[in-house]
Design a protein. Sequence first.
Length: 365
Amino acid sequence: MNRNNCYCVIMAGGSGTRFWPVSRASKPKQFLDVTNTGRTFLRQTYDRFARIVPQENILIVTAAKYRDLVLENIPELAQENLLLEPYARNTAPCVAYATYTLLQRNPDAHMVVTPSDHMIDDEDLFVETITDAFEYVSENDVLMTLGVVPTRPDTNYGYVQACGGREAFLQGKPVPVKTFTEKPDKDLAQVFIDTGEFFWNAGIFVWKAKTIREEMEKHLPEVTGLFAGWNRALGTKVESEFIARAFTDCMNISIDYGVMEKTERAWIYPVKFGWTDIGTWESLYNYMPGKDRFKNSLDAEKVLLEDARNLMVVSPEKKKLVAISGLENFIVVDTDDVLLICPKDDKRFKDFISGIAMPEYEKYR
């Protein structure tokens, strides 16, 4: 396999609403350092994949309004490798834009497509795994997704049933996918775990550009049809106008729903490195080390607790004392203009913060 044919597409256009109030519409979570590593999510993701593909082969797809934030985080990124979406249309249109762009540049392109908000333990093993996946798709026309052994019945993830089940994990090799199930309820997720045949869908995909093009044009013609003429428009001065027209009429659909659940070419690579999708406050709580003996995760300078358990406390204000008594399983987040106190449950949090969509709270979004 020629390394120069390997590309990385980082999807960095999300609004990060599930990390409100730290993540805002003006600066969502991919541009923040919420895990206190000294690097933003986007910077960590870029650095991780720069170990696998040439830096000039890394593309970032983001919302047009986040252009400056991306370049602030990744100043070495070439302008032609920054693909700007005029409207948020989920991951399938994002993948279509990136795929046609790469095919325009290199018909033999191989792609890894990744979100920008994952945490990886054992990056050496991660690099080895992605490299192996590139090798596999170079010889096989499959759509590869990475699968993670589930540790709890989490309803925020998609579940992939693999041919061979847990045995596939032990063998450490790609296997065909039986079924995709996107975000089941908790009871069904537990059933999946008990069977030993299901993995979390990590949302990291590896494939040839020409293979995903074929499958998108087969299963999502209502999306790919809007990119007709891409080979004459992309990489030219009319690209922005072309993409604006395509995205204006494009449906909102994920690559999982649009292609991976329908294709007969879906394969899964069960992985052994540590993986966490930091998509919510609850997932950040589960990820963060250094909890106290009452399982409180404390990111604050001064904290006074009494009868407090399983809390996620975030307060960047160094002069402020955070004092909490009689609270359990809550998120407490204190910013300059918002104090959030909410149960540490993803569904309740999502339902609760929907209220900020009301006009009187616009300045806090």
